[in-house]
Design a protein around this ligand. Structure first.
Ligand SMILES: [Zn+2]
Length: 591
């Protein structure tokens, strides 16, 4: 009868365990010194040897004459345990025995002394599957285990193990086995089995195993039965992977901007019954390989591709800019994960190809020129040299006389969502007019505004405010700053215009760089200094300000921050309106 390679070469002593020296050394030392713990927790990805190590350990601690810490395989105990006739080593699969009754059965049984051996060993596989109650029952046993009991818990999901259980176990973490170790292991087995192979074929098998000995050997098994000689192509055939030259062709067409060719090749691959997800993964990996080659053309030691494939890849890597390759990898790795859960993976793949192809086709110098142009315009705009948008088309459409440049304003969110009822503008025709991106409210009769200029500082604004309002605002500001002076967040005090060694109260002679007014449950804080505005304008700082101000005023208050720095284009008139009635100008206009 055919026995799979994995079972045939399953280790029966610690020295045959692959890639887990850090664990086998610990266990061998414990056995040699007779210092056995009552509970072990073996964690790690599937196929890394947890169950094998548990079984070897169970036999080794019972073996009458262990050799170098491993079971001898010859003594009575070893023989009984190997044949499975002894009841002293119990293997339980927690996936199917996860109830509290199962855990209680263990607790009841563990009391009885072992029949054939020195220790009674319980190997509980997939232990994370136990129910909460079962864990509690198990914990009781682990707290006071009989001297003859040893528990070996194995899991792939250590984060699901309760801390109470974990703290009673000696934890051993199994690592993924490095590819080179797997390669040596496979080659060794092929030698013993008399299988013909090429080094690239063995590398491809080890890579497919992704660190798991079990997975690697099952791929090896399939390859052996698939062809007489295990080489790169036959391994790809077994894995259902795409023809590497097809991948290279698609990548080259994509990078060259030949969308039509690339999409036709994808179509061809799909018509051969290849999975699109796999194709996407292979393409992504190919882009990654290209970037590695771009940086180091000696890297085939790492990539381990057959020479002709490596040479082809190296040629592609030389022909394209590193930025273009990075961009392609970015696009493809972005869709790779999505593709796994999508029912339209082909559309995703085609989109990625088109995106990459159009970007690569565009000359980079063109792009750089475009960006430079945009930057220059932006600078011109910021320095006030360029005209601000006039919305003339929109104005003529609404037949509103165009008289002022548009006012652009920045606004702070009054509060984060939950209590945001006041934020929702109640709809009435006049407020609808206000939400236009320019001012159409008639100028106020009682305080005619002479200037549409941007104020140099707040003194110009203060000068135009009614005396009573101006004093109220100064007092308010003094009060708030006074409270904030002792606030643990000193920067908040400074950002709001506080002077750490002076007094802010009624300091009429100094031009403040913040103004505050209170109206209808809202405190408006206007900043002349954009940096200070930015400092305060975070949800947590706004929340903190809200708390401080509400506390000082004695009633819940919303906080509205307004950026009045030069770049915002608020005129003196706008600010006067802002302070003499919060709703006069719409500071949320940008939305
Ligand atoms: Zn023995």
């Amino acid at each position: 009868m055919y026995q799979s390679l994995y079972r045939k070469y399953r280790p029966d002593s610690f020295d045959k365990v692959i890639g887990q020296d850090h664990i086998t050394k610990t266990l061998v030392n414990q056995i040699k010194s007779g210092n056995i713990a009552h509970a072990y927790l073996l964690t790690g990805t599937r196929g890394t040897g947890k169950t094998s190590v548990a079984r070897i350990f169970a036999r080794a601690i019972n073996c009458l004459s262990p050799i170098n810490g491993s079971p001898c395989g010859e003594c009575d105990c070893c023989k009984k345990l190997l044949s499975g006739t002894s009841l002293d080593v119990v293997e339980i699969d927690a996936a199917s025995n996860n109830s509290v009754d199962d855990a209680r059965a263990i607790r009841d049984n563990v009391r009885y002394s072992p029949v054939d051996c020195r220790y009674k060993v319980y190997i509980i596989d997939e232990v994370h599957q136990l129910s909460g109650a079962a864990f509690n029952a198990l914990l009781k046993t682990l707290e006071e285990p009989p001297a003859h009991a040893v528990f070996i818990l194995a899991t792939t999901e250590v984060q699901k193990i309760p801390a109470t259980i974990m703290s009673r176990c000696l934890r051993l973490d199994f690592h993924l086995v490095p590819q080179e170790t797997l390669e040596r292991h496979v080659a060794h087995i092929f030698d013993l089995e008399g299988v013909k192979y090429t080094p690239e074929g063995v590398s491809a098998i080890a890579a497919a195993g992704e660190g798991s000995v079990r997975d690697t050997l099952s791929v090896a098994d399939m390859c052996v039965s698939y062809s007489d000689i295990v080489d790169y192509d036959s391994v790809l055939g077994v894995l259902g992977a795409n023809d590497p030259s097809m991948i290279a062709k698609i990548v080259f067409a994509t990078l060259s901007g030949d969308v039509k060719c690339a999409i036709e090749l994808v179509e061809e691959a799909a018509s051969l019954g290849k999975s699109i997800q796999l194709l996407t993964r292979d393409l992504t990996k190919y882009f990654r390989d290209l970037i590695i080659i771009k940086h180091d053309n000696e890297c085939n030691k790492v990539l381990k591709l057959p020479k002709k494939l490596f040479d082809a890849a190296a040629e592609i890597a030389v022909s394209f800019d590193a930025v273009v390759l990075m961009r392609a990898l970015d696009i493809f790795s972005g869709i790779e994960a999505k593709s796994r859960y999508s029912n339209q993976p082909k559309i995703l793949l085609e989109t990625a190809i088109i995106k990459t192809a159009t970007l690569s086709g565009e000359d980079l110098t063109d792009l750089i020129a475009k960006v430079a142009g945009i930057e220059a315009k932006l600078k011109e705009y910021e320095s006030g040299g360029a005209a601000k948008p006039e919305y003339s088309a929109l104005k003529s459409l609404l037949s509103i006389p165009a008289e002022r440049p548009a006012v652009t304003q920045n606004s702070a969110p009054t509060t984060p969502a939950p209590s945001g009822a006041e934020d929702i503008p109640h709809f009435d025709p006049s407020s609808a007019v206000e939400s236009l991106p320019f001012d159409v409210t008639p100028t106020e009769k009682e305080t005619p505004i002479e200037t549409d200029a941007f104020p140099k500082d707040f003194s110009e604004v203060q000068a135009k405010l009614p005396e009573k309002l101006r004093l109220e605002m100064l007092q308010l500001r003094g009060r708030i700053l006074n409270v904030l002076r002792d606030h643990p967040l000193k920067m908040l005090f400074v950002a709001l215009g506080g002077d750490l060694d002076g007094s802010e109260q009624h300091s009429d002679d100094k031009v403040p760089d913040t103004l505050m007014s209170l109206s209808e449950g809202k405190i408006i804080i206007a900043f002349k200094n954009e940096m200070n505005y930015n400092y305060c304008n975070t949800p947590s700082r706004i929340e903190e300000l809200k708390k401080v101000v509400s506390n000082e005023i004695g009633a819940p208050v919303e906080v509205v921050l307004v950026n009045c720095s030069d770049s915002q284009g608020l005129t003196t008139g706008d600010l006067i309106k802002l302070f003499s009635g919060a709703e006069r100008i719409n500071i949320n206009r940008r939305k």
